[in-house]
Design a protein around this ligand. Structure first.
Ligand code: EPU
Length: 337
């Protein structure tokens, strides 16, 4: 266990913004967790950090950052059809999806190349190309930072929704996830319902897609249209796609018949990237921050932008989308004050 004081978090968030934390503790094992519990009373304000890929620091953090680096991928049970895999929360998510396709465990291939750690995946219920992590999620183990002691939480208890879970809402800050369990299939059936994905497979001249083909196609799509945080600071989609009711949609279509929408349960999901682009923001730069030229849902840091500047830009975007379309965009990323 490593406890450091006055730590610059610039390299620990994919936006690459500067922010100092009072203290940071890196945990790598169960024994580190025991030690962590002993220093918790000294730090009432705490933040669990994984890959830092879904977070924006708006100011310095006057508390304890707990950097989760618990590793390990272990098949704990297996039959002819399924395997249950236990993964340390600090493992890199993409490496885990690579492990799955390499070992013929299917179900998560659509989620290749999503930045961040395995422990962060349930927090915001990561999803892409027609699939969310909750479709394979089995359970997780976490340290309860409020009551003390380890707890096990089932899929139902995690309250997964579109880019949301109890860890982002009513239980925010309460749990330190240490291990996640996924139930993966040994079949080769795949989900290629997302239009752009099936089109890419066609372009790749693949008629009977295997999980590995889907994995490769997703990697290709993401490399071509999303911003790589290793090249330019960003945290993926900054906003959620808004979900609106049938009557809101009808009203919207009266004025904007061209708008794109997708059925979402009984409601409809609107493409936030489309709304932002139509407000003229795509590729715009203010100082050292801006809206990606590739994808209007992604805000970028060209180098020296502060978290506050990126936040201010996001406020302006929300205001103009509200003004033009009467739709309130909600941020997908975690803001840390
Ligand atoms: N679009 C535009 N302009 C843009 C970008 C998108 O008009 O600049 C429109 C296009 O019509 C496009 C549609 O938006 O067809 C959908 O775009 P895309 O397929 O890129 O998906 P998205 O809805 O913008 C969501 C997720 C992404 C995920 C993709 C693929 C959210 C908030 N974002 O984006 O997740 O990779 O679908 O499934 O749901 C992330 O969470 O960080 C993330 C990247």
């Amino acid at each position: 266990m490593k406890l450091e004081k006055n730590i610059n978090l610039k390299k620990l968030n994919t936006f690459g913004v500067e922010a100092f934390a009072t203290a940071m503790l890196t945990i790598e094992s169960d024994s580190d967790i025991q030690q962590l519990t002993s220093i918790l009373p000294d730090y009432p304000k705490r933040l669990v950090l994984g890959g830092g890929s879904n977070i924006l620091f708006i100011s310095d953090y006057d508390g304890l950052v707990i950097k989760n680096e618990i590793s390990g991928i272990e098949v704990i049970s297996e039959d002819n059809n399924f395997a249950i895999i236990k993964i340390g929360a600090g493992e890199n998510w993409h490496n885990f999806t690579q492990y799955c396709v390499d070992n013929n465990y299917s179900g998560l291939e659509n989620l290749a190349l999503i930045p961040g750690t395995v422990g962060a995946a349930p927090v915001q219920n990561i999803g892409a190309y027609g699939l969310e992590q909750n479709s394979c999620f089995e359970r997780l183990i976490a340290l309860d930072l409020l009551e003390g002691g380890m707890v096990e939480l089932s899929r139902d208890q995690c309250g997964f929704q579109y880019r949301d879970s109890i860890f982002k809402s009513e239980q925010k800050g309460r749990y330190l996830i240490t291990h996640v369990f996924y139930k993966l299939s040994k079949s080769t059936s795949v989900n290629i319902s997302y239009k752009e994905l099936s089109q890419r497979l066609k372009d790749n001249q693949i008629s009977q897609a295997m999980p590995k083909d889907v994995f490769c196609a997703v990697v290709q799509i993401r490399r071509s249209k999303l911003e790589n945080p290793e090249i330019i600071g960003n945290a993926g989609s900054f906003f959620k796609n808004p979900v609106i009711t049938q009557s809101q949609l009808d009203k919207l279509l009266e004025k904007h018949s061209e708008i794109k929408y997708f059925p979402f349960g009984e409601d409809f999901k609107i493409s936030a990237g489309y709304l932002i682009e139509k407000c003229g923001w795509k590729g715009k730069r203010i100082g050292d921050c801006g809206v990606s030229e590739k994808h209007a849902l992604i805000l970028v840091n060209y180098g020296k932008a502060s978290g506050k500047e990126i936040f201010n830009l996001s406020e302006k975007i929300i205001e103009s989308v509200q003004g033009k379309f009467n739709i309130l965009l909600k941020r997908e990323i975690n803001l840390v004050l």
